[in-house]
Write a protein that binds this ligand. Sequence first.
Ligand code: SF4
Length: 271
Amino acid sequence: MAVSALQLFKLLPQTNCGECGLPTCLAFATQVVVEGVDLAACPYLAEEAKALAGTIQSQQEKGVGRKRDNLAIALKFLQEKVAPVDLATAAPGLGAVYGEEDGRPFLSFRYFSRPVQVFKDEVRYGQGFAPNPWDPILLYNYITSGGQRPPSGRWIKFPELPNSVSKTKTLLRLQKQLAEAVTGKVTAFVRSARELGGEPIDVTPEATFQLIFQPLPRIPLLLVFHEAEPEENFAAEAHFLFDAQVMDFLDLESLLFLVERLMEQLLKKLA
Ligand code: SF4
């Protein structure tokens, strides 16, 4: 069976160290599976990932990755799922606006602060947005979630989400990486984060800064950062908090992808 980018990503160190030449492990996994990049470019492969090298090489040679079969299969599945959805009815619950173009229904809303139009068979992004091949998968997952309720306004940590134990490690790594990247660059980071739509908010009084992002209309993400206090032996910390009703709209893997996409953009802007 072909290895998907998501399967490979789960086996990568998820430290986003950049030594493979790509900014994140997710980008690397996607490039290996979809674009035929050499798996050995990551010097930190665990044995489980190395064990996939033969399968990946063979699917690369057969052109499976280059043909984007994995993405195409996932996309086809979700487009079939979205086909019977009445977008006009679903729009208010998703915080979207319903529209039609030559009789083709679509939803428009903001994705990472940029306008996006999602048709049942096509996604159009606003000018200046550099899409990742997995963005349509995430957007169709959002649309087919059936979520209706607006955010509750109650913030919770990732481990409080149901069945999140096995994925908490991934989020901890992302948070650690972000904390390290922001240390000593708080002002520059906040400035670039605000350009990406981050709005200051006051939820945790003792935080160095806290910013709320709105990657999808019903999915706010709260980033709370505490600067290091060397005299107290306290390292810098970054935490993502989620609305208590977030699972109405996305599964855990999609939610982690959303966090990683946000980080990718924040770190790129800070670089
Ligand atoms: S794939 Fe490997 S080299 Fe690339 S960012 Fe992840 S850990 Fe670093």
